[in-house]
Design a binder for this molecule. Structure first.
Ligand SMILES: Nc1nc2c(c(=O)[nH]1)N[C@H]1C(S)=C(S)[C@@H](COP(=O)(O)OP(=O)(O)OC[C@H]3O[C@@H](n4cnc5c(N)ncnc54)[C@H](O)[C@@H]3O)O[C@H]1N2
Ligand code: MOO
Ligand SMILES: [Mg+2]
Length: 434
């Protein structure tokens, strides 16, 4: 059956007004409807070295002080500060070197008045000593087989000693539940002896595109067709959000096909994301599919641009997020709805894009009746954050997605904004290209 025959079979004389009349929700309202269905996934333990990008499933407190012992921060000599008080007035004070303490060893003898131990950076301070004097500030001499260290200036008590518990005391909170694990978190977990990290399972996110016009990336262009760029974009976005993408390809605009694919995906995966066919066009099958099951649709219109047609439904407790086919709208729909769902499923404490304030770098004259999320480049000059809106920001535009560090939030009816005005921006993940 050709696509046109499908059209005749499925749609002739079947238009109903509710297809066109959709009640637009505010973004926060739509998020509020969707997020309760983002169910927390099961806990699992991952080896520490593989935990980067995951979210902690349990808070971590220090099981012991850190550092766990008083340690030397310099290569030098562990001494008793009081022994050095007379140094340089005018004579050098000479102390007998009774021990050598490499890193990883413990002293064999206590330091008593008139004695010192040669000690290396990171080694545990011997009992009795209260100061380390740097190697460079000393001289040495050997007399009768005994080594002496010469000190020509009085030393301050505690100098070059990192005290036990400087960073953490036993029981100190270190990382909260839901913290994103990165290199710094891995370092502290390693230091505290956590070889396996409790995290939530990564959600398996099924993705398929709808559109009879879609070609594979490696196919040559033919008249009227385009390459499917949203699926690879979504795959990358899902990975970036911590999900495990399951790519189910592209299907033609066929309601039956879409129905069975959605059903299979909802039964097999944690979240289903589709792109395309959510508006009110004749072949916008995802919009029809979501509407046909009463009670399952959460929303199909949002007071935002791009992405006003972003649609969500719940079936058997599982979320179907039907994003627009327009690349810009697909991208924004993902950032505002799919990203927090994927984050919440992993227990992320902060699943939404961070909200910053920036100064508009140039005038923004577009007037909107819906909140607009404008792709923009961020730049920091003289400690001020500027946001420069992309020159082309249409929902259908693909090329400026790559140039965006953030989305400027333009409230509805905010009038014409001028360079210098303060705006709220949603920071996109990654470096500021600046
Ligand atoms: N009468 C109306 N028409 C439209 C409305 C409306 O309210 N009334 N809304 C417009 C808005 S806003 C948007 S956004 C689009 C949404 O379109 P759909 O989500 O239904 O998406 P499609 O119709 O399938 O495609 C739109 C556009 O995107 C291209 N596309 C689709 N899939 C992909 C893909 N995987 N990779 C790259 N590009 C893709 C497709 O070829 C179309 O050009 O509807 C407006 N219309
Ligand atoms: O859904 Mo559209 O993206 O508002 O342009
Ligand atoms: Mg459409």
């Amino acid at each position: 059956m050709t696509n046109r025959e499908h059209h005749n079979k499925e749609y002739n004389n079947e238009y109903s007004n509710d297809k066109f009349q959709r009640a637009a929700l505010q973004v926060t309202e739509a998020q509020g409807r969707l997020m309760p269905y983002a169910a927390l996934l099961a806990q699992e333990a991952v080896p520490l070295h593989l935990s980067s990008g995951r979210y902690l499933a349990q808070s971590v407190a220090a099981p012991h002080p850190y550092p766990a012992f008083d340690r030397s921060s310099m290569d030098g000599f562990a001494v008793i500060a009081a022994d050095t008080l007379a140094a340089g007035a005018p004579d050098t004070v000479w102390l007998e070197v009774i021990d050598v303490i490499p890193c990883g060893a413990v002293a064999s003898r206590e330091i008593t008045a008139g004695t010192a131990a040669r000690i290396m950076t990171g080694a545990q301070i011997p009992g009795g000593a209260d100061t380390v004097i740097m190697m460079e500030a000393t001289e040495s001499r050997i007399e009768g087989g005994v080594t002496y260290v010469g000190i020509s200036k009085p030393q301050e008590r505690g100098l070059h000693i990192t005290p036990c518990g400087l960073e953490l005391s036993t029981g100190d909170p270190v990382l909260p539940e839901g913290a994103l694990i990165g290199a710094g978190e891995i370092a502290v977990l390693a230091a505290l002896g956590v070889p396996e990290v409790p995290v939530r399972r990564r959600p398996k996110v099924a993705v398929f595109a709808t559109g009879t016009e879609l070609l594979e990336v490696d196919e040559p262009l033919v008249p009227g067709k385009i390459r499917n760029s949203n699926s690879p974009m979504l795959e990358a976005l899902i990975r970036e959000a911590g999900g495990e993408p399951v790519m189910l390809g592209a299907i033609i605009d066929d309601l039956e096909l879409a129905r069975s694919k959605v059903q299979m995906a909802l039964e097999s995966y944690d979240l289903v994301i589709t792109t395309g066919g959510v508006s009110v066009g004749d072949y916008d099958i995802m919009g029809d599919l979501v509407r046909e099951q009463s009670g399952e649709m959460l929303f199909n219109k949002i007071a935002m641009r791009p992405g006003s047609v972003t649609t969500a439904a719940v079936r058997g407790g599982s979320i179907l997020l039907a994003l627009s086919g327009n690349p810009g709208a697909c991208f924004v729909g993902f950032q505002l709805f799919a990203r927090p769902v994927i984050g919440l499923m992993q227990g992320a404490a902060q699943p939404y894009l961070p909200e910053w304030t920036a100064v508009l770098g140039e005038d923004y004259k577009r007037v909107n009746s819906f909140t607009r999320y404008v792709r923009a480049r961020l730049e920091i000059r003289q400690a001020v954050l500027y946001a420069y809106p992309a020159a082309v920001d249409e929902s259908s535009v693909t090329v400026t997605i790559k140039d965006s560090d953030c989305l400027i939030v333009i409230p509805p009816d905010s009038g014409q904004l001028s360079a210098g005005d303060k705006v709220t921006v949603l920071k996109l993940p990654g470096e500021i290209r600046g």
